[in-house]
Design a protein around this ligand. Structure first.
Ligand code: SF4
Ligand code: SF4
Ligand code: SF4
Length: 276
């Protein structure tokens, strides 16, 4: 019974180790082994700490993975890990850096762990989650269309670099990573205060949700409710930062693809009716 609570971290760690070994061999680059071993170990450790009911387990993982990707890979190794970096490597026709990151964390990974990236690893959200508006105090605004413009703008920006054959595209990508993140943080914080909602940026602006939402619809890991135990008290919905209609097992429930697996609903349920 005690072992059971360590099963999800063990599975997650093994999945990342498989990715680490596979990429290291197929791309003949030991960096991928250390990279994915580190990320897998950080996430698994966070899940173990969460199982031990440590209060800041999720924030600890966000910083362990987020800072590694933002500071080490982005600033020190000068890789553009944002969506522009994904387009850049796609157009170059090479499976490296941001292209690998996007395929694993944001395109194929969500089939297994939904938007776990958003709840446990994103370097934008690691800061936004520290702001004071942990639970939205007002209904959602109809601003979700903005993300399509941001998505389109990022694609057009990188396409133009190739179409007009700008020299030293690599350097432009490196600088755009820094500038892009400064803009994201500024907009994210301003929007959080305007909407009194830490996750407003995720709901209305983030272009990556165009990958994350459709893929997480099919996620294997997701919050499920035992309808026999549920007393419809509504506590789970009141604490949900993403406005999910929590006590329903339908994949089509309201805001189902917004779930970031933060587990707050599970923690507050008085009947222990929710589980992953
Ligand atoms: S929606 Fe975007 S900004 Fe928000 S956590 Fe997910 S990837 Fe990060
Ligand atoms: S509170 Fe529950 S339903 Fe809402 S995002 Fe977190 S895990 Fe998902
Ligand atoms: S908190 Fe638990 S009991 Fe209350 S509505 Fe949610 S699932 Fe049902």
């Amino acid at each position: 019974m005690k072992f059971k609570k360590y099963l999800p971290p063990l599975i997650m760690w093994l999945v990342f180790e498989m990715i680490a070994v596979t990429l290291a061999f197929t791309l003949d680059n030991i960096f991928y082994f250390f990279n994915f071993s580190y990320i897998g170990t950080a996430i698994a450790s966070g899940l173990v700490l969460y199982g031990q009911k440590k209060k800041y387990a999720r924030n600890a993982v966000q910083f362990a993975v987020g800072l590694y990707m933002l500071v080490y890979l982005g600033v020190l190794c000068r890789e553009n890990m944002q969506i522009e970096g994904f387009w850049y490597y796609l157009f170059l026709g090479v499976f490296e850096a941001a292209a690998i990151h996007y395929v694993i964390a944001k395109i194929l990974g969500p089939l297994l762990f939904g938007r776990g990236w958003c709840g446990h690893a994103c370097w934008t959200a690691m800061v936004l989650d520290l702001l004071p508006f942990k639970t939205p105090s007002a209904p959602r605004r109809r601003w979700g269309f903005v993300r399509y413009f941001v998505f389109g703008a990022s694609l057009i920006f990188v396409s133009l670099l190739f179409i007009i054959q700008v020299p030293d595209k690599g350097e432009i990508m490196r600088q755009s990573f820094i500038i892009g993140n400064i803009i994201y943080y500024a907009v994210g914080v301003a929007l959080a205060y305007k909407c009194r909602d830490n996750r407003a940026f995720c709901k209305y602006i983030c272009p990556i949700t165009l990958f994350l939402k459709p893929m997480s619809y099919f996620s294997i890991f997701r919050i499920k409710v035992d309808e026999k135990k549920c007393i419809s008290c509504g506590k789970c919905e009141r604490v949900c930062p993403m406005d999910v209609k929590v006590p329903s097992n339908s994949r089509k429930k309201e805001n189902a693809t917004e779930c970031i697996l933060c587990m707050k609903c599970v923690e507050v349920c008085p009947k222990n009716a929710l589980k992953l």
